[in-house]
Design a protein around this ligand. Structure first.
Ligand SMILES: [Fe+2]
Length: 265
């Protein structure tokens, strides 16, 4: 079992784990601020994460979305008496054990059912009132947690990287773009991202991501209008197939970016 790296940025404590499978590696971050844990990490690293949780004063937890790399240790927290909040629409999903394809079970571990609480518009974290922003696209239930007093935002998997090259089949890129646009209406600078960690110039990079997607969408829709197939457009913009596409049986693919842009238009 590999351990976690922990650190602090301003008032936020973070823990980072690195998961590896067949040449792919990915960092996973969880954050603690004002007694609130944001996301819980995958159950594959339960031992390391639960040691970290016990070292922190955590009185509640919130999931940015239901995916197993964010919710994997939520059942453990609930058993310890820590309330875990999720988007109301994700409550029934979390109550049942996650049904995951083999590669995700190997990569992240399983996620048992647990009883979460439904998020409202505001989440009390210590003496701070965080705003719950609905930012779907990566998943139907995705939220960002915004601390207006400090201009900090916890973005889960909304940002991840300024150039999206691969997404999961159910993701909706135009919806992600609307969510990025919505986020930019708020006054923030630092982004706390579940995979990129502490992003100091978060606002700038979120704007850059939106611009990249807007440009790509324009070109994709133009080629589609000219009669190009989704497959041909994908080959043009993403000529290299990433290993994760093969590993996941195409659950992860760049083609989903193109398809979701065309289907939404
Ligand atoms: Fe996710």
């Amino acid at each position: 079992m590999r351990g976690l790296q922990t650190g602090r940025h301003n008032h936020v404590v973070f823990a980072r784990a690195t998961v590896k499978l067949l040449g792919s590696r990915l960092d996973v971050y969880v954050f603690v601020a004002d007694g609130m844990l944001v996301d819980t990490g995958p159950s594959k690293l339960a031992r390391a994460f639960t040691v970290f949780f016990q070292s922190q004063a955590i009185d509640r937890a919130v999931l940015t979305h239901f995916h197993e790399d964010h919710s994997g240790n939520a059942p453990w927290l609930v058993k310890q008496g820590v309330p875990v909040y999720v988007h109301p629409a994700a409550v029934p999903v979390c109550e049942k054990p996650a049904r995951l394809p083999l590669y995700r079970r190997l990569f992240w571990g399983r996620r048992d059912g647990f009883s979460p609480r439904a998020l409202g518009e505001v989440l009390q974290a210590g003496d701070k009132a965080w705003q719950v922003l609905e930012v779907p696209g990566h998943s139907f239930d995705h939220v960002a947690l915004y601390d207006p007093e400090r201009g900090a935002v916890f973005t889960g998997d909304l940002f991840v990287s300024p150039k999206t090259r691969i997404i999961m089949r159910p993701e909706n890129i135009p919806q992600t773009m609307r969510s990025l646009r919505k986020l930019l209406q708020y006054d923030f600078r630092v982004v706390y991202c579940s995979h990129a960690g502490v992003v100091e110039d978060g606002r700038e990079l979120v704007a850059r991501k939106l611009e990249y997607l807007e440009n790509l969408r324009g070109e994709v829709l133009e080629l589609h209008r000219q009669g190009w197939s989704i497959r041909a457009i994908n080959k043009k913009f993403f000529p290299k197939t990433l290993p994760l596409t093969y590993i996941s049986g195409k659950e992860w693919a760049s083609e989903h970016i193109i398809r979701s842009m065309i289907e939404d238009s």
